[in-house]
Design a protein around this ligand. Structure first.
Ligand code: PLP
Length: 378
């Protein structure tokens, strides 16, 4: 998987346009790889024909296409009649959270966590119930979860594979989680949009089919946005396993919570129907990058550490024992011209961490690490 720096520098997306030409951006979760040729050809066809009209038929095909994809990759077949299409993952997550909560109700998240989860809860006037995961491996801890719950908790936001740590939850962790979620009668929103990017030796286990306690309380969110580098296309499918959520959603017309555009539907369908080989190449590249980064960090004596992510293309870097332990991303932007995502965005206690996106060419990874270690060791 090659990346073309000239192409990257001319992209209008935020990742490459936010900073000047001296900076290597490794922050927001977009890949540097061009989307698959099949996806590009599909868009090209739309452009050549000026074909931007309604595509209701494509929207209708999204659910069966996702269900087949999930069965092929993850071994369970979501019942199509229980699924619903949304514009984006956050759109689905917020819609379900709002349906099941009143202002003041508690919504659980596991920090560090993808920053919009917290914002979604706070902006809706709900109360964040913050359960902190423990480094270095960021495993689920049932006792911490139990201790954080009170009678006001209604919903739990689960993110797996987990952004930013790249942790893929094991069956044991899922079963522990499920038992507590059921005891407290919580609705579980399981954001699984990173599911297709799990590294060799690990397996993504969807929550819904892997524990009976979860069957009537879980909403599973899927999307092609992360695995196929299509975040701007805006398209998402959710399996609504909770009967009460299904009946609440059914009271609203399909478009009430947002639908994908013709563009979003067309590229997503193409990705799920024809994207398997392309995705395999991407996974091999990001796994090589991950291994390279991990071994370079182990060799280096700056004090930097990192949990080896089991999935995603995100490295959650711990700078606590380095010379740049305070605001490392800010320091590194200034001293090394590399843009990482600041740790405090994922929870205020993570100020000495930063998230690095490594979905790029190995030459860029090498340059990025060289700049980072130079700044850390100077
Ligand atoms: C875990 C997680 N959920 C949701 C999103 C956002 O998805 P969308 O743009 O479809 O709302 C991201 C983006 O990186 C993410 O990592």
């Amino acid at each position: 998987m090659e990346v073309d720096r000239q192409r990257l520098r001319s992209l209008k997306g935020v990742k490459w346009s936010k900073y000047g030409p001296d900076v290597i951006p490794a922050w927001v979760a977009d890949m540097d790889f061009s989307p698959s040729p099949r996806v590009l050809a599909e868009i090209q066809k739309m452009v050549d024909l000026g074909d931007f009209g309604y595509r209701y038929h494509d929207v209708d095909l999204l659910i069966p296409a996702w269900c087949e994809w999930v069965e092929e990759l993850h071994g369970w077949l979501p019942p199509a009649e229980e699924c619903r299409v949304f514009t984006s993952s956050m759109n689905a997550l917020e819609a379900v959270m709002l349906l099941h909560t009143e202002p003041g109700d508690g919504v659980v998240l596991f920090s560090p966590i993808y920053m919009p989860f917290r914002a979604a809860i706070e902006q809706a006037g709900r109360t964040v119930v913050d359960v902190q995961l423990q480094g270095p491996d960021w495993k689920f801890d049932g006792n911490r979860f139990k201790d954080a719950l009170d009678s006001k908790a209604r919903v739990v936001l689960f993110c797996q594979p987990h952004n930013p740590t790249g942790h893929t939850y094991t069956r044991e962790e899922i079963n522990d989680f499920a038992e507590i979620a059921a005891e407290h009668n919580l609705i579980v929103i399981s954001d699984e949009i990173w599911a297709d990017l799990v590294f060799d030796g690990n397996k993504h286990l969807s929550l819904f089919p892997n524990d009976d306690n979860l069957s009537d309380r879980t909403v599973t969110i899927g999307s092609a946005s992360k695995a196929f580098n299509l975040a701007g296309a805006r398209c998402c499918v959710a399996h609504v396993g909770s009967v009460s959520t299904r009946s609440q959603l059914a009271e609203y017309p399909d478009h009430y919570f947002g639908l994908p555009s013709s563009f979003g539907s067309a590229v997503t369908l193409t990705a799920w129907k024809h994207g398997r080989a392309w995705l395999q190449d991407v996974k091999e590249q990001i796994q090589r990058n991950r291994d390279f980064i991990y071994s370079r960090i182990l060799e280096d004596s700056s004090g930097l550490t990192m949990h080896l992510p089991e999935s995603t293309y995100l490295a959650w870097l711990d700078f606590s024992n380095t010379s740049l332990s305070r605001q490392p991303s800010k320091e590194l932007l200034h001293k090394a011209q590399i843009a990482l995502e600041p740790g405090e965005k994922f929870g205020e206690q993570y100020g000495s961490f930063a998230r690095m996106n490594f979905a790029t060419g190995i030459d860029i990874v090498e340059e990025l690490l060289e700049r980072m270690f130079k700044a850390l060791n100077s």
